[in-house]
Design a protein around this ligand. Sequence first.
Ligand SMILES: *[C@@H]1O[C@H](CO)[C@@H](O)[C@H](O)[C@H]1NC(C)=O
Ligand SMILES: *[C@@H]1O[C@H](CO)[C@@H](O)[C@H](O)[C@H]1NC(C)=O
Ligand SMILES: *[C@@H]1O[C@H](CO)[C@@H](O)[C@H](O)[C@H]1NC(C)=O
Ligand SMILES: *[C@@H]1O[C@H](CO)[C@@H](O)[C@H](O)[C@H]1NC(C)=O
Ligand SMILES: CC(=O)N[C@H]1CO[C@H](CO)[C@@H](O)[C@@H]1O
Length: 475
Amino acid sequence: MGLITHKSLFCFFFFTSVLFILSWFFVLRSTGRPLFVDFGILPNSGLLANADIENSDESPYTNVSIVEEGGGTHNQILSKCDSKKQVKVFMYDLPPEFHFELLGWKGKSIWPDIRSEVPDYADGLNLQHSIEYWLTLDLLNSEFAENLSEKSAIRVSNSSEADVVFVPFFSSISFNRYSKLKPNQKRSTNVLLQEKLVNFLMAQEEWKRSRGRDHIILAHHPNSLLDARMKLWPAIFILADFGRYPPTVANVEKDIIAPYRHVVGSYVHDSSDFDSRPTLLYFQGAIYRKDGGIIRQELFYMLKDEKDVHFSFGSIEKHGISQATQGMRSSKFCLNIAGDTPSSNRLFDAIASHCVPVIISDEIELPYEDVLNYSEFCIFVRTSDALKDKFLINLMRNIGKEEWTRMWRRLKEVEIFYEYQYPSKENDAVQMIWQAVSRKVPAIKMKLNKARRFSPTNVSRENLLLSASLPRNFG
Ligand SMILES: *[C@@H]1O[C@H](CO)[C@@H](O)[C@H](O)[C@H]1NC(C)=O
Ligand SMILES: *[C@@H]1O[C@H](CO)[C@@H](O)[C@H](O)[C@H]1NC(C)=O
Ligand SMILES: *[C@@H]1O[C@H](CO)[C@@H](O)[C@H](O)[C@H]1NC(C)=O
Ligand SMILES: *[C@@H]1O[C@H](CO)[C@@H](O)[C@H](O)[C@H]1NC(C)=O
Ligand SMILES: CC(=O)N[C@H]1CO[C@H](CO)[C@@H](O)[C@@H]1O
């Protein structure tokens, strides 16, 4: 009995559902309206006209891509977009202990007057994470620069006019230099600064207004901001990679990957060619790494007997930057193997040396990959393939002079995108990062508008859910 009733009930339910859906369909059709969307309410159907945007000459998107054949045009295309998408940045006037004082600057004001003095960043390997320094200088400079049209970001003093809010905490140098306990300290300066920063931000109207979603926070060193990152995660991080972040805290949709500053010098008058670079494949790095180190060892045993391969262990620091410079400049290809983080400055050293990068790092995220086709100047090899006998070496040997030269030429065109400098110039790393920020702005605005659907005094459901879910994920 039970079975029959179940079955017939189900049939009945199914039948009525189908009937209901069909009748709904017919009712909608008979009113002459398209399903679900009421075109009538859109002003002049402007939104829909824009759907055809890719074919329109005035489209802001048409020529955003710098993935263009023929080097000459891409810079022009980029600069055209610059003027359209200049991002307005409000910068907190954080006390100097958060920024230039960490570099040893002792001034009486909040910011150095960069027209007369530009404090130096720390030297050596510290420089690879100096992104915080270059971006801050560029914002300070935007107040004095004569030609604002060249800038991808300008500082505004009224935060309600800003697209994003910039938090000028030099977290990488704070980690590198101030993580050790001083004799009379219970907690390191690096930890204390992060705590202060969190307290400061939580008290700001700008933060409360957006719950931090429109804030830009720098944490380029993988270990920087270790304590504060779990509290500041709604913000947009500028990072080297996502290796040490849970995907909910940092991810490629929300955040921005910035290049390392290369530590070997730029190859200015590079007149080398395929034949004048004797080494086929170059790798210099540490062998024993926590994760991903196994592949380095396996590759070492696979490649160590090939005569035109340089594969040696030891950090660049130990062996001298000049030796690495020499090695990369006299090699056709430079290996980048995942280490304890998916990224490393080796890739950017290779680009600066015009040595075609061979990337073996399945998880790597690359800077500006939304507008740049890395396959034009890099070779990607899956880890599983690289570990096959002779796969890598055969692949390298089969790349001929013509193909290599094409990649080498492209390297010379794109190297400017990885150059940090002050004053910043068109299309260098600083401008490219600001442009990456400006590409995030529409998504930020959408998130903010969504969050404002409900009365501002009543915290929206979404916000409650977001803040409630964090501690549980990472408890
Ligand atoms: C400002 O820069 C733009 C773009 O590079 C250039 O066309 C213009 O001539 C410059 N103006 C001045 C006053 O230097
Ligand atoms: C900032 O801009 C908003 C909106 O444009 C304006 O209402 C406000 O008065 C401005 N604040 C200051 C201090 O200028
Ligand atoms: C990226 O570059 C590679 C190598 O030049 C090319 O084969 C590929 O079609 C390019 N991809 C796009 C989307 O243009
Ligand atoms: C918040 O929302 C509730 C229910 O929607 C309403 O009764 C209450 O008055 C609101 N509170 C404020 C401060 O607007
Ligand atoms: C606005 C703009 O520069 N449009 C150009 C985009 O690129 C196409 C072809 O590459 C040109 O024909 C357009 O003039």
